[in-house]
Write a protein that binds this ligand. Structure first.
Ligand SMILES: Nc1ncnc2c1ncn2[C@@H]1O[C@H](COP(=O)(O)OP(=O)(O)OP(=O)(O)O)[C@@H](O)[C@H]1O
Ligand SMILES: [Mg+2]
Length: 514
């Protein structure tokens, strides 16, 4: 077993001279060093008694370093491994990081670098063990709600949500981008008597002025060029439900007048129509613009402003509720794991402290993205400081974690220290970035892809275009499979799981030049 006062380091290399010199460097710092002359023996040693850190050579006769790394990490997923090689290619570096190495070092060694790498890896190992008995801070009720926060400001928001659910009062949600305005609107709807009827969100900023009226109120056949048939608008489709008018500050004055009519009379007219249609829709509006200023400038109707602004919920920026960050992080991670998008389900106290101190100009959305990126990069089940996006580590500087009690790792004291004072990177942060090899940085930039994350990406990207998604994927897959089997149609059809005849037919239909 390893002794925390004197960490044990295992060196696996078939070259006895390398073992000897590395062992001298590491022992000089007081580490207890053990050696294994082959991949097979290295794996056996780790299985018998896991050391705190392994230095593992990539090129060895018998079992290769990459193979040994896979065995070691499957026997002990938390094992810290630093790979060593004389040949630095991007491919080996990426492979190494993909299979969960902590870092990568090139021979011949610079003793100072070896020691600083070992120190960082041992620190990461200690962090991972410290969060070993981590317990989620949120319960399944919070999960269902989808909106997390126990700060006083968020508690106030929840109270108002509760108060407005019983009636049909119009609610205006304001706040910076990414603060959760739409989430609040959905929460009001879910708790209201309208929950069984639709919730429709309309982003007024994303729809051109000449189309918004038709989008909201529908149109009659022939009412404008391109109106080839009658079409129902969102208000009619949403009858009995709740409509969320996002970015209402971007709505043209003419449309504002029609929204006012819905609020005052409860009816609409389709574009090009004469019939008055009764609708029963609750309106929740949102904006991150200063509507009061717009009213003064006469770009927003004053009467509509008062109609919409019956109850206002102002979403606080994330930096005004930094004590909620641990819970939100936790929530995001649990979601990612549930959706099988990432493997990390915990975050080290040190990384969490940095997340809590960051200013988050993009608010919860930005935090969510950062967690997603870090969880994908993390090599084990825990996000460490080194896994956080560079810009987040850079702006805050790696300060010693204020959360040190290992048994309650997610409890964070609310901090109000001035942010600028935290921008100076500490010596520890500098050492950490020095220790990251070029290889590690490259591998991090090319985060290990999973089939699921690749499919998610494809779905997102292809949804933006007009081309039918299946056709595009089919075309690309046929091209790739046929090329991979060097044009052999029989093999390609087997790989694709269709008959030869179908494949030939599809190649023709898709106009592929194969
Ligand atoms: N309190 C919270 N708990 C958990 N997730 C949250 C919270 N607030 C926001 N989110 C998440 O952050 C993201 C942004 O939220 P949302 O879209 O509601 O923000 P918004 O204020 O409407 O942003 P924008 O102004 O950019 O449209 C969403 O993925 C949402 O699920
Ligand atoms: Mg929004």
């Amino acid at each position: 077993m390893s002794n925390p006062a004197k960490p044990t380091i295992l060196i696996v290399d078939d070259d006895s001279e390398i073992r000897y010199s590395l062992s001298r460097v590491l022992s000089s710092r007081g580490y207890q060093v053990i050696e294994a002359p082959s991949g097979e023996l290295g794996v056996a040693t780790v299985k018998k008694s896991p050391p705190d850190l392994v230095f593992l050579d990539i090129r060895m006769s018998g079992m290769s370093g990459i193979e040994a790394l896979q065995h070691i990490r499957s026997a002990n997923p938390k094992q810290m491994v630093i790979l060593m090689t004389a040949f630095g290619t991007a491919q080996t570096a990426i492979e190494a990081m993909k299979y969960g190495a902590f870092d990568y070092i090139m021979k011949p060694f610079d003793p100072a670098k070896v020691l600083s790498l070992a120190e960082n890896a041992l620190k990461a190992y200690a962090d991972i063990r410290a969060v070993g008995d981590y317990k989620p801070t949120i319960n399944s009720d919070d999960y269902k709600e989808g909106i997390v926060g126990s700060s006083p400001v968020m508690q106030d928001v929840f109270k108002v949500i509760g108060q407005v659910t019983a009636s049909d009062v119009t609610v205006m949600v304001t706040g910076e981008s990414g603060t959760g305005k739409e989430l609040v609107a959905r929460s009001i709807w879910k708790h209201s008597h309208r929950a069984a009827k639709p919730f429709i969100a309309v982003n007024c900023a994303a729809i051109p002025d000449n189309l918004i009226e038709s989008e909201l109120f529908g149109h009659e056949k022939g009412s404008f060029t391109g109106a080839t048939g009658q079409r129902l608008g969102k208000f009619e489709l949403c009858d009995g439900g709740t409509i969320f008018l996002d970015e209402i500050g971007d709505m043209a004055l003419a449309t504002q007048t029609k929204i006012l009519r819905v609020l005052q009379q409860g009816d609409i007219q389709r574009v090009g129509g004469v019939e008055t249609i009764k609708v029963d829709v609750r309106i929740i509006a949102a904006t991150n613009k200063d509507l009061e200023e717009m009213v003064k400038a006469k770009t927003f109707r004053e009467d509509l402003y008062y109609r919409l602004n019956v109850v206002r919920i102002k979403m606080p920026a994330l930096c005004e509720r930094s004590e909620d960050i641990p819970q939100i992080v936790d929530f995001c991670l649990q979601n990612l794991v549930k959706q099988k998008k990432a493997r990390a389900s915990k975050v080290s106290p040190e990384a969490l402290a940095v997340l809590v101190r960051h200013r988050w100009p993009g608010n919860v959305r930005e935090l969510e993205n950062a967690i997603y990126r870090s969880a994908v990069i993390a090599q084990g089940d825990t996000i460490l400081l080194k896994d956080l996006p560079q810009e987040i580590r850079d702006t805050v500087g790696a300060q010693p974690a204020p959360i040190s009690a290992p048994d309650v790792p997610m409890v964070v004291p609310a901090t109000s220290a001035p942010f600028d004072a935290m921008r100076t990177a500490s010596a520890e942060g500098a050492a950490l970035s020095r220790a990251r090899t070029v290889a590690a940085a490259m591998a991090a930039a090319q985060a290990p892809l999973t089939v699921d994350s690749a499919l998610d990406f494809l779905h997102e990207e292809l949804s933006k275009g007009d081309e039918p998604i299946l056709e595009r994927i089919e075309r690309e897959m046929i091209k790739r499979v046929v090329t991979a089997v060097e044009g052999n149609i029989l093999k390609a059809s087997e790989k694709l799981g269709i008959t030869r005849a179908t494949l030939r037919k599809r190649i023709d239909e898709l106009g592929l030049k194969i």
